[in-house]
Write a protein that binds this ligand. Structure first.
Ligand code: GLU
Length: 300
């Protein structure tokens, strides 16, 4: 019997419920969806609400309604990070057992006065348990993490020199995204991660945690970022305009253009099912441009 875990492609779309779906979110949704379909795989949805302070009440439901209106079809139960804390605790224990976690009492203000973006190791010699209020940092060993991104090509980062010790549990007690995402991807047996290239430089930290926890490393496929006319990332937390489901056909076609899929000019006048059919049949990940900043074609 083949082992399901190894043979079945599992992708995911992991929005943070911080606002409605905008063009940037749609790119990640369409890219991850079509890549899963093209690989006869499963496409899961995870609500990344680990940072409960940024959560906008009701936006999870709105995101799901929008996805449904665009006729995305997902597999399995939707996971909410806010319900996964016990798994993050377990992973943290494993890292603590390896003596790789230390309490950090540095304030944000203290850290902004340092010239470099790399944490200088101020609290590295502190030991757990610590009575003061603190964050937890993961020690960055002197190793280089390398991976070959499907769109962006070969990447490498020296953990000690280019990243530094990083926070895995915040001072306010919330787990950091970097740890949560690794645990969830492993629990859900995700084999390939398709997402925006704003997360490309988070990936070495995630691969590092996977290696420390003995998890497999999935394949990575980072999509170019849509930017606004000022060159800023289109992001829902920065008040980007939400997608209007009345324009769903044109919007999906715009995403296909953006991702280099070259749809026929009249595709946007077809019905949504035919658009998906075309997209699934013609999807070719190798046509995606690796340029990280491309102006979105918003033909509405
Ligand atoms: N939750 C992140 C976002 O909405 C995506 C994280 C990921 O795909 O790993 O930008």
């Amino acid at each position: 019997m083949p082992n399901d875990k190894q043979t079945i492609y599992k992708g995911r779309f992991a929005p943070s419920p911080t606002g409605p779906v905008h063009f940037g979110t749609l790119i990640a949704a369409v890219g991850s969806y079509l890549q899963a379909k093209a690989n006869n795989g499963k496409w899961l949805i995870r609500m990344e609400d680990v940072d409960t302070t940024r959560k906008v009440e009701g936006s999870d439901k709105k995101i799901l309604d929008t996805l449904e209106a665009f006729r995305f079809e997902w597999d399995g139960e939707i996971i909410y990070q806010s319900e996964q804390t016990r798994h993050y605790e377990k992973a943290l224990e494993q890292l603590i057992d390896q003596s790789l976690v230390f309490p950090c009492l540095c304030s944000r203000k203290q850290l902004t006065t340092i010239d470099s973006d790399i944490y200088p190791g101020t609290c590295r010699d502190r030991k757990l348990p610590e009575n003061n209020e603190h964050a937890l940092r993961l020690l960055a060993k002197n190793i280089t993490i390398e991976f070959d991104d499907i769109v962006m090509g070969k990447q490498s980062q020296s953990m000690a020199q280019q990243c530094g010790d990083f926070v895995i549990k915040r001072r306010d007690g919330l787990f950091a995204y970097q740890l949560a995402v690794v645990v969830d991807d492993a629990l859900q047996n995700i084999t390939e991660i398709v997402r925006g290239s704003d997360l490309l430089d988070s990936t070495p930290r995630q691969v590092y945690i996977q290696q420390l926890l003995g998890y497999p490393t999935p394949a990575y496929c980072h999509l170019p970022l849509a930017v606004d006319s000022d060159g800023n990332k289109i992001s829902k937390s920065e008040g980007a305009t939400k997608v209007d489901i009345k324009n769903r056909e044109k919007l999906i076609c715009s995403v296909l253009v953006f991702l280099g899929q070259n749809p026929p000019a009249d595709l946007s006048s077809c019905n949504i099912n035919d658009i998906w059919k075309w997209a699934e049949e013609h999807w070719d990940v190798s046509h995606i441009q690796s340029k990280t900043h491309i102006q979105p074609v918003l033909s509405q």
